[in-house]
Write a protein that binds this ligand. Sequence first.
Ligand code: OKP
Ligand code: ZN
Length: 333
Amino acid sequence: MRRFFDDRQAGHAPAVELHNGAFVPYAEHSGRLAAIRAAIGPTVTPRDHGEAPILAVHPEPYVAFLKRAHADWRAAGREGDAAGYAWPVARRRALDLARIDAKLGLYSYDGSTPIAEGTWDAAYWSAQTALSALGAVLTGDTAAFALCRPPGHHAGADYLGGYCYLNSAAIAAEAATAAGRRVAILDVDYHHGNGTQDIFYARGDVFFASIHADPRTDYPFFWGHADERGEGAGRGGTLNLPLPQGTGWTAYEPALDQALAAIADFGADLLIVSYGADTYADDPISFFTLQTPNYTAMARRIAAAGLPTMIVMEGGYAVEALGANVEAFLSGF
Ligand code: OKP
Ligand code: ZN
């Protein structure tokens, strides 16, 4: 399996995040990339597919905001990373507001996802990494791995959050759909992939299944409940399988089988896996209890679906075990 990676993703380095009422070091740091790289062997540098596949998912005003936000922040006389503090909870609309603080509020849903100087470039190359891994699968590879950072699954079409800015899995899914494939996305990160869900919620052509911590107890709280099944043409095209804190492999495995059965029913011919290693027992911000060998078992079950599969890296914050957990997963293919 080819593993795609671009060093420019390391240039995104917010200093701190707001966590349980205090500013703490940013958990989604570039040491994660280094740890994974050290474990997975040689990588392939992605090719540049340009902005068009990004703009097929993210509206131009949002992309323009992301590119300019940090410069606008500095132009306003601010230090450090750009972060918002006021959000339009109700009746959000596309107001053309000039002040950077208003733009940050308009285009984000949480206070833990700052925009640093290198954020746009890193998010851009994260999307390109996913597109290149997709290209491998579209041209005959049975599986490919995109070592993406920052992650993407919390980013909606026009909002950032949860350490995510551009939704690499969604960008790849849209590109695969445009290439005539029937795509399913399986999200096995600990956190619900709210951005991916939102992007395809009213569409019948891309299936989204997610196994994650129950949003009654865990971030992102407002999405990922079992009764969210899609709407309009997308009714039935979303499957949420929330599990309680403390879940280990014994309870995880039947949920995975249920998600894979639904993906088979949908008739997918290409699978995109949003893989997070934050379901690991020792993850510092998560509360499932999977062990390293469980990732190989998880991957074998996914591979048994027999679909060409592109894997996108999402979360995973136990850095000392992250490389081993990712390699354990990849080895199962
Ligand atoms: C990203 B991914 C606490 C604030 C909220 C956000 C978690 C984002 C997880 N620091 N934390 O799904 O792994
Ligand atoms: Zn996560």
